[in-house]
Design a binder for this molecule. Sequence first.
Ligand SMILES: Cc1cc2nc3c(=O)[nH]c(=O)nc-3n(C[C@H](O)[C@H](O)[C@H](O)COP(=O)(O)O)c2cc1C
Length: 302
Amino acid sequence: MSTVNLSTKFCGLTLKNPILLASGTCGYGAEIADITDINILGGIVVKGISIRPKTGNPPPRIVETPSGLLNAIGLENVGLEAFLRDKLPWLCGLRTHIFVNILGDTPEEYAELASVLSEQKGISALEVNISCPNVKSGGVAFGTDPFAAAEVTRAVKEAAKLPVIVKLSPNVTDITVIARAVEQAGADAVSLINTLSGMAIDIQRRRPVLANIFGGLSGPAIKPVALRMVWQTARAVSIPVIGIGGIVRAADALEFLMAGAAAVQIGTATLINPKTGQEIITGIENYMKQRGLTELSGLRIS
Ligand SMILES: Cc1cc2nc3c(=O)[nH]c(=O)nc-3n(C[C@H](O)[C@H](O)[C@H](O)COP(=O)(O)O)c2cc1C
């Protein structure tokens, strides 16, 4: 019987498989290490890091919706210094790729993060978050304007010695315009989608549920939107595309790979079942075995 090769080349890196954990849903890795084997994954993307620590938005910050989750965490994180001191040494002990998600209020802040992180051992790539809908400055403000998106990308590329993945927002009219802009500005890859802006109202209290009023929708509810955007983007750019959005089962991941994603990230599903990544790897392997497919490249459809 033919053996299935799930390994894939991505921005000069060899991933053992195309399954990564998405930023903000696996902490800094250590939080989930006791309940799932991180080392079998292609990689993990750690929680977004800013230069200074952030406390995020006031609670309530999370609410469940039909087939989805609305969050308004507001990019709470330990900040660069504590990340380097307390989190990175542990991450370096893993036998999988570590992608660090970064965020700033100005292109200069993004560049400073890229420069400092590029000097560290153990980091495989940077993921540039220009797409968080839950913060007032930076975040999605860069991700919805092609000129601003390109400016941040250029600043990061000039400062970085690591592959640069730009994470795109779905809260735009045409995601391919932003994807092309960041590709021209030098991005090595794009990842999409971040969460879709949404809200929920508590009809008993007659007030928005989230203290921030708006939050970012994730989970199975967003998968068809994410898949459509990955399909469009994979045909609009020639850099690799990472698919994200509502992936829960192997079948979901396969849809993204067929749509043209080079790899996928799993977010909300990990919060429900931390072994989702592992189960999806096995599921893809079985699917390919049953069909006599040996390489991931055979999955893509035109
Ligand atoms: C609680 C939570 C926190 C998140 N934090 C970040 C973050 O810090 N940086 C980022 O780029 N995306 C963040 N995201 C977005 C996810 O990485 C992912 O793009 C999104 O949730 C869609 O994937 P999913 O439907 O599989 O969850 C967060 C998502 C959730 C649910």
